[in-house]
Design a protein around this ligand. Structure first.
Ligand code: FAD
Ligand code: AMP
Length: 476
């Protein structure tokens, strides 16, 4: 007889491992199957996020930011350093150390919570049986079963058919996190979140970076003022962002790689040394579902689920990047917790309207809720107030007085409907606003809450005051 669990989770990323831990906390006998192998040849839990996504990218963003500051901003503080140099091998070793400690930490959390980790490739069969295949040979090793199954297999990079990855010169985001030296000329296809973050890393270390973006509009889902300011700041940093540029192919030349693209039907090209393809990600569902398992995918390969992450098969759930909604680690984790609680008979819930978005460039970009453009489209009357970091003492003292906070509230009820930020540490500031919105707070609530001085959070306070045109430190 096959081994039986209360819950089997397939995928050990921020969706899957969090779901597994929460299931175990709720007293359910839980196994988590993950197929990822680390650089050391050992199983490596944590999924895309910990291994090749959120964490290593933030480690490199931090290293490169330190270097950039040293080269360009320390002088303003009266600090001078002769011949600063970047040791890329050391930077990569630091990054790997962080990844190893966090991925290893999940193994420890599993042990502490009595989650059974299984290294292998999971395949959902009929009647909630799961076949475990060897990650190398693909051979069937074992079949296990459970009352409930959570599919959390995440996503993989999209490859452009005309620009195939070669693992060295034309790479995906994983390859761009592993360069062993700073490319002199770096081409990035796609100026979305991942393209901008990776472009920032290598630009700060000295690469000439060109980003080719098919859309005419820069960061179209962000607030219009935020994306305008971001474009201005990135241009100042030397990121060459070309909009309306559809990459058609990449040719090898004696001097490197020629990226051929069209703008308004006209062919243009640019020569680079390495190319990063950052045109989005697709669900990792290939080979996951046996024909008779009862779970269906949509045309793009996403597992079909309802608002509660239920698939069409009773007792089979799906979460994270493999299902509809934003491909964000915290969205995956919250879905994981909610599903675990529903399995245990509790009222798990995720407020999809309040998932914060963050882009970890410099300045950082963060938002939650709806933009003014969306509200206009939905016919909702609103009022808004904004406040620049240039008028906050703390940002000035940090030599980082760039960007602004904008708060959008309902015209009549004053309920906060959206908050949009660009500036220093806004990845942290957005949390206060999400809390306010989750409690159905108004701009008046934020305006009446005491904010410490001098802090960056004063920009949130002043933006809330600005909604009723009573910001203190702002002209007009
Ligand atoms: P994943 O993290 O992809 O985990 C799924 C796991 O399941 C993987 O280990 C996979 O190998 C395994 N798996 C797949 N199929 C099977 C199978 N059949 N059997 C067994 N195992 C299987 N998000 C943020 O919120 N903030 C960020 O700053 C951020 N930065 C990012 C930077 C980069 C460069 C990238 C690429 C992504 C970034 N993301 C970020 C997105 C984030 O990584 C994902 O949204 C998140 O990892 C999704 O979690 P998940 O659990 O759904 O899937
Ligand atoms: P994201 O979805 O945030 O990862 O961003 C990916 C970006 O890549 C999107 O803005 C797409 O418009 C862009 N993109 C997709 N295909 C191409 C292409 N062939 N050339 C240039 N940009 C592209």
């Amino acid at each position: 007889m096959s081994e039986h669990f209360d819950v089997i989770v397939i995928g050990g990323g921020p969706g899957g491992y969090v779901a597994a831990i929460r299931c175990a906390q709720l007293g359910l006998a839980t196994a988590c199957i993950d197929d990822r192998t680390g650089a050391d040849g050992k199983p490596s839990l944590g999924g895309t996020c910990l291994n090749v996504g959120c964490i290593p990218s933030k480690a490199l963003l931090d290293s490169s930011e330190q270097f950039h500051r040293l080269e360009h901003q320390f002088a303003a503080h009266g600090i001078s350093v002769e011949n600063p140099a970047m040791d890329v091998a050391q930077m990569q070793m630091r990054k790997q150390g962080i990844v190893d400690s966090l991925t290893g930490g999940i193994g420890t959390l599993f042990k502490a919570n009595k989650v059974t980790p299984i290294h292998g490739h999971g395949r959902l069969m009929a009647d909630k049986n799961v076949a475990i295949l060897d990650t190398e040979s693909g051979e069937l090793r074992q079949t296990i079963s459970a009352h409930n199954i959570i599919l959390a297999t995440g996503s993989i990079p999209v490859e452009l058919p005309s620009v195939p990855f070669d693992g060295q010169f034309i790479v995906d985001s994983t390859g761009a996190l592993e360069f062993d030296r700073v490319p002199q000329r770096l081409g990035i296809i796609g100026a979305g979140v991942i393209g901008l973050e990776l472009g920032s890393v290598w630009r700060r270390l000295g690469s000439e970076v060109v980003l080719l973006e098919a859309l005419d509009k820069f960061l179209p889902t962000a607030d219009a003022n935020v994306s305008r300011e971001a474009a201005r700041q990135f241009k100042k940093q030397g990121l060459d962002i070309r909009l309306g540029a559809m990459v058609e192919k990449v040719n090898a030349t004696p001097n490197g790689l020629q990226m051929v693209y069209t703008v308004g039907g006209e062919e243009q090209s640019v020569e680079v040394d390495r190319v990063v393809v950052a045109v989005g990600r697709k669900p990792a569902t290939q080979g996951l579902l046996a024909a008779d398992c009862g779970v269906s995918t949509d045309q793009r390969g996403f597992i079909e689920v309802d608002d509660h992450c239920r698939t069409g098969e009773s007792g089979v759930w799906a979460i994270g990047d493999a299902v509809r909604g934003p491909m964000l680690a915290h969205k995956a984790s919250e879905e994981g917790v909610a599903v675990a609680e529903r399995i245990a008979g509790k009222p798990g819930h995720v407020d999809f309207n309040l998932v914060p978005w963050v882009i970890y460039t410099d300045p950082e970009i963060a938002w939650a809720g709806r933009t003014e453009a969306q509200l206009k489209e939905d016919g909702v009357a609103f009022k808004s107030g904004s406040f620049p970091f240039a008028a906050t003492g703390r940002a000035k003292a940090m030599e980082n007085a760039v960007g602004m906070v904008k708060i959008v509230a309902h015209a009549e009820t004053d309920r906060v409907l959206g908050v949009h930020m660009i500036g220093p540490h806004v990845s942290e500031l957005i949390a206060e606003c999400v809390v306010a919105m989750a409690f159905h707070g108004s701009s008046e609530d934020l305006a009446r809450i005491v904010h410490a001085h001098p802090t960056l959070s004063e920009a949130v306070h002043e933006a809330a005051l600005a909604v009723e045109k009573r910001a203190i430190h702002k002209f007009g």
